[in-house]
Every structure is written in C-alpha cells, then in structure tokens.
Design a protein. Structure first.
Length: 311
C-alpha cells in the first residue's frame, strides 16, 4: 500500500525542506492548498460549453451551486457569480471560438500558494483534423463565400454547380477595438458554419486571399476609404480561424484562386438570378463563382441557368 500526502512532488519536498527553503508550516500550507480546488468537465451543447462552471465571453465566472448550498446564490437559477473577471492570454482566441459554439470546455479553479492568487484554467480536447479527398468534399455540394469589408456573402450550390435557394449574408463590423473585431468575426463565422451544417454540405469554398500587396497607394491611388477597409480585413487570421472552427464541426475548407471571381460572377450570375423577390448583389454572385471554382466547374455560364430549387 502506498500513501502519498498530496502528491509525489509534495512528498519529496517534505523530505527535503532545507533544499526547498521551506518550513514545515509553509509545506503544510501548500499541502492544504492542493485540496482547495474546484473542477468541472465541459459539456457540448450547454451554454458556453460548461453548465457547472460557466465563463462568458467577457470573462464573467459563475458556479452552479448544489441544492444544499442554493441559499448562497447571488444570481438567478442557483448560481454564484464571482466579482472578478478572467482573461486567457494563451489560446484565448481558441477558447472564445469554442464557447461561442457551445463546445465543451473543462475548468479548474485552484489556489497558487506562492503567488497568493486564485487561478482558473481551461482545457479542451482538440479534434484530430482529417484531410478528406476533394471528391468527397464536393459530393454533397458546396457553400461559396465571398469575403467583404463588412460581411460574408454566401451561396449554396449543388454538386453540379447549380445555385440552390437564396443568398445568405453574415454581417460584421470591423471598427472599434481588437476585441470587438474578433467577437464580430467569430459570431459571423459561427453563423456561417451553423448554416453549412443545417443544409448538409461537407465543405465551404473560400478565396485564397492575401491583401498585403493590395493596400498601397500605388495600387488604389487616393481611394483612402477603400484602402482603410481592406487594411481592416484580417484575411490571414480569418482564414486560419475558419479552418479551425470548421474542423471542430467536421467541415472541410477549399481555398481557390480569387482571380476574376467578382467580375465573372457579376457578369454571368447576378442578373440572371435576380428576380422581383430576390435581390442579387455582386458579392452574392461572387460567392457563386467561388463555389463553382471550388467544385471544379468553370465560372462562366454558357447557357441560361436552370431555376433555383427552394431550400
């Protein structure tokens, strides 16, 4: 039989107090602190990924109290909300993406004796990203997405490249602080991915964009407002986040050459698909062009398009 007093590391420290520069009372304080913790496994589908210890996007922490302690609750539904707010410096963006999608996150609240502070740590299991064959990704159709300064313009296409249903737009506001921009992009991506899951596609087609060489005055002259909008689009981070968030939901991302997608999309798809009840923009048509290219079909349309099927 083995008896371990708070862990093997603490036991070893107890036998070497001089080397550890600790008194016996200090060691006992650390031993007691090892028992002062609260942990809760995450639950996918629950609000913000954990019902017992809930952390909101702005860092508010609340704990679901057991029935015998419900009288100590200071908020509704038997919850105790802490006065302090938390923030994650490491992988904070990944954490925010998960709780926005209500994916499981496990939390542990514990005392650090040396610093005299309480800490909350978050952990989760990252899915194994499996690369699927391009033919498999295309088999159930595709959603083509055109990225713009204030919204994603998305259109669903069947595997033959025919538009299905109505255009969808997912807006965001890139003004304000970095935290506000991140939240806006995260919310728009979450709604896009949720829609992709509802319609049953296996992949999302996007432009393989990099606007770095496109921000200069030599490229756009005195069009200051346009250059500011492009500079505000975090295209590299956006693509990486979309890939990460889509992988969490089992969706593939197909990146395609953006050349002429706006021009040919507008030329071949905007006017033919516009009706009295359907308002088609250049961006909606560009989404179709991107989706067709991701499906391996030419953008240009040689014949009149067939009637779109309702969703």
């Amino acid at each position: 039989m083995r008896v371990v007093r708070g862990g093997k590391r603490l036991l070893n420290t107890r036998h070497h107090l001089t080397q550890a520069q600790l008194t016996e009372d200090q060691w006992r304080e650390r031993r007691e602190a090892e028992r002062w913790f609260l942990a809760a496994d995450g639950e996918s589908g629950k609000r913000f990924g954990n019902e017992t210890i809930r952390v909101t996007p702005d860092g508010e922490v609340s704990i679901k109290l057991p029935a015998p302690l419900a009288h100590l609750a200071n908020t509704q539904h038997g919850r105790y909300t802490l006065t302090s707010h938390i923030a994650f410096a490491h992988r904070g963006q990944d954490w925010a993406d998960r709780i926005e999608a209500n994916r499981a996150v496990a939390y542990r609240i514990h005392l650090d004796v040396e610093r005299g502070r309480w800490y909350l740590t978050a952990s989760w299991q990252r899915p194994v990203v499996q690369t699927i064959p391009l033919e498999t990704a295309r088999a159930r159709g595709m959603i083509g997405v055109d990225s713009n300064a204030d919204h994603f313009a998305a259109y669903r296409l069947d595997r033959h490249g025919n538009p299905a249903g109505e255009p969808h737009r997912f807006g965001y506001d890139l003004s304000g602080t970095a935290g506000h921009r991140d939240a806006q992009i995260r919310h728009a991506l979450t709604r896009l991915i949720n829609w992709a899951q509802r319609v049953g596609v296996a992949a999302i087609g996007i432009e393989d964009l990099d606007f770095t060489p496109e921000k200069t005055r030599e490229k756009h002259g005195s069009r200051k407002r346009f250059r500011q909008l492009i500079s505000g689009m975090p295209t590299g981070k956006l693509k990486a986040r979309l890939v990460s968030m889509a992988a969490e939901q089992g969706l593939a991302i197909v990146a395609v050459d953006p050349a002429y997608t706006s021009m040919w999309g507008s030329q071949h798809w905007q006017k033919p698909l516009a009706t009295a009840r359907r308002k088609m923009s250049r961006h909606d048509a560009a989404g179709i062009a991107i989706g067709r290219r991701a499906l391996g079909h030419p953008i240009r349309r040689r014949t009149a398009p067939p009637p779109t099927r309702p969703e």
